[in-house]
Design a protein around this ligand. Structure first.
Ligand code: SF4
Ligand code: SF4
Length: 134
């Protein structure tokens, strides 16, 4: 009886799809509601450092002078708190997690340079010309 059950199970398994997926050959499907990872829209960032000051695991570093924003994904616990605190709404959670690796690499972002302010209106030049008396 036991042998027959074993044989039936073995035969049926030959024709069933595998229960597990061949990760990473087949990309993982993240279930709805999984927290994922932090992404930044660096062009919106103002280097206020609020995200870094509120991160419970110290995963974010902001250098205002150097205009950089960094995250250590291995320290991040995906709590999402930084995304709630950012005043510019430039942090979001997106599906997916840090790929395992042998080294704790830091992800680095540079804020783009400020746009050049347009030149002052030509009022000064006009005034100068008017007072020229020529
Ligand atoms: S999700 Fe949480 S742990 Fe990760 S960077 Fe944001 S505040 Fe820090
Ligand atoms: S809180 Fe937002 S705007 Fe401020 S440094 Fe962090 S990402 Fe940039």
């Amino acid at each position: 009886m036991g042998f027959m059950t074993f044989k039936t199970t073995m035969l049926s398994n030959l024709f069933k799809k595998p229960v597990t997926t061949k990760y990473p050959a087949e990309p993982a499907v993240y279930p709805e509601g999984s927290r994922g990872h932090v992404v930044i829209e660096i062009e919106k960032c103002i280097s206020c450092t609020i995200c870094a000051l509120n991160c419970p695991s110290g995963a974010i570093k902001v250098d205002r002078a150097a205009r950089t924003w960094e995250i250590n994904r291995y320290d991040c616990i995906q709590c999402g708190y930084c995304t709630l605190k950012c005043p510019k709404k430039c942090l979001h959670m997106a599906p997916g997690y840090q790929t395992p690796g042998p080294e704790k690499s830091i992800e680095h972002y540079d804020r783009p340079p400020e746009e050049e302010k347009p030149a002052a209106p030509a009022a000064n030049a006009a005034a100068t010309n008017a007072g020229d008396g020529k």
